[in-house]
Write a protein that binds this ligand. Structure first.
Ligand code: ATP
Length: 238
């Protein structure tokens, strides 16, 4: 039996009276990379928000052996789930340094904090160069790197990322995806990745799910999904 860091079962999510997810069940293997694909409005962002305790849900969300579906977001973060939200969520008025230090709010020891900063900047050398610069003045790619770096400051076991490729040039996206692979391998962080760019996501992930209007329609090994005719037609442009 494989070792799962995350097991979501029959997840339903609601915005007021509106239901956005219908019985979504998905798994992320420990130290694995799972991709969640789908068109605009399919429910990808909602799935990540649900895992992080940011929307009202029914169903179970087991993370690292415990049901976290009734826990508050702060508690979920403290257990090692780091969310890189859509729109990146960095604070434009704060510097790179301040944004990164906010990510480490669970680290109270100063020396440990400094070590974390150093560790994160080995993945993103450009953040070292921009250390005292306001986040709002960074390029889109640098802001995405800052958002991932800030999440890494938590020393997460699971990182959930919402469309890290959004609005970025292909070369920058390729670089960010290479860094995500390194983070997965070297930090042994499990990853759940939401993407509209199916080709990139299927290259990075070992497992993938496809969401349509709030329900899962296909799941399997990433290699299998690449061969699926429906996926090819709708998402890979064949
Ligand atoms: P995108 O790629 O465009 O971000 P998505 O797959 O992430 O799309 P969600 O943002 O999860 O999709 O949206 C799923 C559904 O929930 C949509 O029908 C959307 O209109 C609805 N929804 C999302 N956020 C809210 C909200 N705050 N209030 C009400 N409905 C919402």
């Amino acid at each position: 039996m494989s070792d799962l860091i995350l097991k979501v079962e029959s997840l339903r999510a609601f915005y007021g009276q509106t239901q956005a997810l219908y019985d979504v069940s998905l798994e992320v293997e420990r130290e694995g990379i799972t991709a969640l694909l789908g068109a605009n409005g399919a429910g990808k962002t909602t799935t990540l928000r649900a895992i992080c305790g940011l929307v009202r849900t029914e169903g179970t969300i087991r993370y690292d052996g415990a049901d976290i579906s009734r826990l508050g977001t702060a508690n979920i973060v403290r257990r090692g789930v780091a969310h890189v939200p859509d729109g990146r969520g960095t604070f434009a008025e704060l510097t790179v340094e301040e944004n990164l230090k906010l990510g480490a709010y669970t680290v109270t020891d100063r020396a440990a904090g400094a070590r974390e900063l150093d560790r994160v900047m080995t993945y993103f050398p450009v953040l070292r160069e921009r250390y005292r610069q306001q986040a709002g003045t960074l390029s889109g790619g640098e802001q995405q790197m800052l958002a991932i770096g800030r999440a890494l400051m938590l020393r997460p076991k699971l990182m959930v990322l919402d469309e890290p490729s959004f609005g970025l040039a292909p070369l920058i996206v390729a670089e960010i995806f290479r860094i995500m692979r390194r983070i997965n391998e070297e930090e042994r962080v499990s990853i759940l990745l939401v993407e509209q760019n199916a080709r990139l996501a299927l290259d990075l992930a070992d497992r993938a799910y496809l969401l349509e209007t709030g329900s899962l329609v296909i799941s399997g090994a990433a290699e299998e999904l690449k061969q699926d005719e429906g996926v090819q037609r709708a998402y890979l442009g064949y």
